[in-house]
Design a binder for this molecule. Structure first.
Ligand SMILES: Cc1cc2nc3c(=O)[nH]c(=O)nc-3n(C[C@H](O)[C@H](O)[C@H](O)COP(=O)(O)O)c2cc1C
Length: 226
């Protein structure tokens, strides 16, 4: 099975990126083929709201601009049997580039009018289970609630009837790659933020356990029936 990781953090070496790597490593250990894309590296124009896609499922930007990457992503999702969606929290929600990808993916959704809650079906064939990852700077993970909800709904819609196998949410992440940071770096961070020194050992334990969880989630995703 092929598993596609989609990373929403624009930072190089971000915690999102590292956690997706761990999930994909776990998946590889169970025989999956994996691929990772970073939304920040792609060329995805903003949705113009023309609504042409509501008629025929074809995005006007995709039709006109061969350099736009949406069609390539749709193709990769179509080939994937599992998805990993990861995003940091920006102002309580996903960063603009993540929101924009899913705005553009509306071209791939069929929305039945007059249903409450709305009934949304995906035009991209195949069923996909998923793992979602959310990180935020606030130590209180409640800050990630809207982001998590958005990613889960997006994963379910793109999954075409698949399930969200696991949700990983990590708070208190400020530095790029903080889930892999060494003790010295975390002690410096703690001192800058007036965090008591003993809390650093707990941070290290938490990051170790979240990375183990990520690896196991990848294994689970690779082994799950679609
Ligand atoms: C523009 C911007 C807005 C942010 N807004 C929030 C926020 O509302 N709540 C929060 O807890 N963290 C916020 N953060 C912190 C990021 O969520 C945190 O640094 C990120 O999750 C780390 O993940 P990464 O290393 O994968 O990029 C914000 C960061 C940026 C750059």
């Amino acid at each position: 099975m092929k598993i596609l990781g989609i990373v929403g953090s624009p930072r190089k070496g971000s915690s999102n990126d590292l956690l997706v790597d761990m999930i994909l490593k776990g998946a590889v250990s169970r025989g999956a083929e994996v691929e990772k894309i970073n939304i920040g590296d792609l060329n995805i124009a903003f949705c113009t709201g023309c609504m042409e896609c509501r008629q025929n499922g074809i995005c006007r930007i995709t039709k006109k601009d061969p350099d736009d990457d949406l069609a390539m992503i749709v193709d990769k999702i179509a080939q994937a049997g599992g998805l990993v969606l990861a995003s940091p929290v920006y102002i309580r929600h996903v960063p603009g580039q993540v929101k924009n990808l899913f705005d553009r993916l509306v071209s791939q959704m069929i929305i039945t009018p007059g249903k409450n809650p709305p009934e949304i079906k995906c035009r991209i064939p195949g069923k996909r289970n998923s793992v979602v990852v959310v990180t935020c700077g606030n130590p209180d993970i409640k800050m990630a609630a809207e982001t998590l909800e958005f990613l889960k709904n997006s994963a379910l819609t793109c999954g075409n009837g698949g399930t969200v196998v696991s949700e990983l949410a990590v708070g208190g992440l400020m530095l790029p790659g903080q889930v892999n940071a060494d003790k010295r770096t975390l002690l410096d961070l703690a001192s800058n933020l007036n965090i008591p020194e003993p809390a650093v050992d707990n941070m290290m334990k938490q990051y170790k356990s979240i990375k183990e969880q990520a690896y196991q989630d990848g294994q689970k995703l690779a082994l799950m029936k679609r």
